[in-house]
Design a protein around this ligand. Structure first.
Ligand SMILES: NC(=O)c1ccc[n+]([C@@H]2O[C@H](COP(=O)([O-])OP(=O)(O)OC[C@H]3O[C@@H](n4cnc5c(N)ncnc54)[C@H](OP(=O)(O)O)[C@@H]3O)[C@@H](O)[C@H]2O)c1
Length: 269
């Protein structure tokens, strides 16, 4: 698995991480099952996990599943509330779950970012957070996200980017590269919809020389073939898919012509 570092922050991440929205909001037998998903991910080199208080029980389930293995993992969490006081309570809970450190602490969808930034900067100054960042999933919010990026107070962003949703290529990714910000990619499989629209086998045959064996791998390799991206975070509830997705994190990378070919398949699918 290839690793990339965020400019200036010296945080080293695998190019394929894992999201937990919906997939880790579980209890009982399903929680035991997710332990197998995390084991498969770790065995394949996927050592970054992204969660949020917005994802129901996911934060807590992820913490339990990682017990005894926290030091092998880069933990990306979020603060998500309009209230500064509740934001502090979310951070207290997260730090208790994750052994006193959240590696990457993001403001979810920029909610009340002016209120939460000082709290996260304080945690960073005390060594409880390594990188402060911000996320947004809506195209309409990219203007505000870029204002926050230019403000110089965050070290990374999390944005949607895949072969069928390329708006970030216009302004957001060039700015992130210029400012040397870390870039995590949400919804890399279009929240599953894009991954489900599989092209014909003969259309994927030309990707085999890149080590691609499935459409999901083609979609993931498409994203991390962009050197401005540090880590894509596909979510899955299945151990075999954690292994499959991680395998997209090794070179060779797609060249521009192959990227356009995959984007055409994605647009048509
Ligand atoms: N605003 C924000 O900050 C924000 C917004 C959205 C997402 N996120 C983050 O980004 C992460 C990823 O986004 P996402 O969860 O929306 O969607 P995604 O990763 O694009 O897609 C996940 C879906 O794809 C399926 N899948 C996974 N691997 C597959 C494979 N190899 N083949 C076929 N299907 C596969 C999964 O189903 P199975 O479980 O059946 O495998 C799941 O339904 C989230 O979990 C979250 O951590 C952040």
């Amino acid at each position: 698995m290839e690793h990339r570092s965020f400019g200036g922050t010296r945080i080293d991440v695998p190019v394929i991480g894992m999201g937990t929205w919906q997939t880790f909001d579980v209890r009982g037998r399903d929680e035991r099952d997710r332990r197998g998903v995390v084991e498969a991910a770790l065995a394949a080199g996927t050592t970054l996990f992204d969660t949020s208080p917005m994802y129901g029980r996911s934060e807590e389930v992820l913490a339990r599943v990682l017990e005894g293995r926290r030091d092998r993992v880069i933990l990306a969490d979020k603060v998500w509330t309009p209230s500064a006081e509740e934001g502090r309570a979310q951070a207290r809970r997260a730090l208790a779950w994750y052994g006193g450190v959240v590696d990457v602490y993001q403001i979810h969808n920029l909610v009340a970012w002016r209120e939460h930034l000082p709290m996260l900067e304080d945690l960073r100054a005390r060594g409880a957070v390594r990188v402060v960042g911000a996320t947004h999933y809506q195209h309409a919010a990219f203007g505000e996200l870029m204002d926050v990026m230019r403000g110089g107070r965050i070290g990374m962003i999390q944005i949607p980017y895949n072969a069928a949703d390329r708006l970030v290529e216009r302004d957001v990714l060039p700015l992130a590269a210029e400012l040397r910000l870390g870039v995590l990619v949400m919804k890399p499989l279009g929240s599953g919809r894009l991954a489900g629209r599989v092209p014909a086998a003969h259309e994927l045959a030309s990707l085999e020389r890149f080590g691609v064996r499935s459409w999901a791998q083609a979609l993931l390799k498409w994203i991390v073939s962009d050197p401005r991206v540090h880590c894509a975070i596909p979510a899955t509830s299945k151990a075999a898919r954690a292994t499959e997705n991680a395998a997209a994190g090794d070179p060779p990378w797609f060249d521009p012509d192959i990227r356009e070919y995959v984007a055409r398949l994605a647009a048509r699918a």
